[in-house]
Design a protein around this ligand. Structure first.
Ligand code: ADP
Length: 311
């Protein structure tokens, strides 16, 4: 096999209470990539459609992740005698908050791993894809790349050492994500955060993280809903997102279990039980942005159990 075509899924990170540690994988929103093994050594990005992103290996998250992986491969196994070309077909806009950079990072390392005969597990690949996130936002976070690579719901239990846990989730769980068409860079959305939190806020936050995980495992939708609350980040970030309060309120009034900022925004997610409710929420959210005359994109998706996949 010398070439592979991939679906590289969008992801929702943070999920209200789980800043930098929780994420989930979407089913029908994502990019496509082609990764090709070639004789000339090195990583080259030969084509990008759908977005104005750098082709230079060191400026594109897919290139940076791929280089990190090949360096590790040479340390862990043997010298690399081949090279790789990457084509990226973007459907998720950069700076959307649904893991545009993570999709490219995950796709690059997954594709190369397949073409090398799978020396690494999907979990192993997370550390390499995180280097792409470091380029995009200045921070090597794993809450988008972990679900993009592993699928489902993921928890980064620890960053050092890296410990990623796959969390069971009910099959009927659906996500609605609306992306108001403004770009909010993760690096900017991070700059509004405070570096310290009060013990009172921390207690509420870790109570909710535990509650959300327990709710997902036991299929307790009320508990999932009660736990989708963010004491720490949402109050600071939501002011950067046009119509945030109204969209969230609309989602809850239309049956959402909970709603919050997707990743670093500006996308806003709602979780619900069943597609019918998720569609109803999508319609109501759309009406809000239409009234505000703000262009938007909207996705309704079940949780994707597989992550990045071969097409
Ligand atoms: P998102 O949460 O949607 O991934 P980020 O702000 O984290 O948004 O990442 C987008 C940043 O990463 C932009 O500055 C973009 O130029 C840069 N970038 C580099 N390569 C890529 C890529 N292949 N896909 C998406 N963004 C990329």
């Amino acid at each position: 096999m010398t070439q592979i075509k991939l679906f590289c899924p969008a992801t929702i990170a943070n999920l209200s209470c789980g800043f930098d540690v929780l994420g989930l994988c979407l089913d029908n929103a994502g990019d496509e990539m082609i990764v090709r093994k070639v004789n000339e050594k090195g990583i080259r990005i030969t084509k990008i459609t759908g977005a104005d992103l750098p082709l230079e290996t060191e400026k594109n998250v897919s290139g940076v992740s791929a280089v990190a992986m090949l360096e590790a491969y040479e340390r862990d196994f043997e010298p690399i005698t081949v090279g790789f070309e990457i084509e990226i077909y973007k459907h998720i806009k950069a700076g959307s908050g649904i893991g545009s950079s993570a999709a490219s990072s995950a796709g690059a390392v997954f594709g190369i791993n397949e073409l090398l005969g799978k020396p690494y597990s999907r979990k192993d690949l997370v550390q390499f894809a995180m280097q792409g996130e470091k380029l995009a936002s200045g921070n090597a976070h794993a809450d988008n790349v972990a679900p993009a690579l592993l699928g489902g719901f993921t928890l980064v239990r620890s960053y050092s050492p890296l410990d990623i846990i796959l969390i069971d989730s009910p099959e009927e769980l659906f996500a609605t994500v609306v992306h108001p068409q403004i770009e909010l860079k993760t690096s900017d959305a991070r700059s509004v955060l405070k570096q310290t939190v009060s013990l009172k806020s921390a207690i509420m936050q870790w109570g909710n993280v535990g509650g959300l995980i327990a709710g997902l495992y036991t299929k307790d939708y009320d508990l999932i809903g009660r736990s989708l609350h963010d004491e720490i980040v949402e109050p600071l970030r939501s002011v950067l997102i046009p119509g945030f309060d109204l969209i969230k309120q609309t989602a809850l009034e239309n049956g959402a279990l909970g709603s919050g900022i997707s990743g670093s925004g500006p996308s806003i997610f709602a979780l619900s039980r069943g597609k019918e409710t998720a569609d109803k929420i999508a319609k109501a959210m759309s009406e809000v942005y239409e009234k505000m005359n703000l262009p938007y994109e909207i996705h309704v998706s079940k949780i994707n159990p597989d992550g990045v996949r071969i097409l």
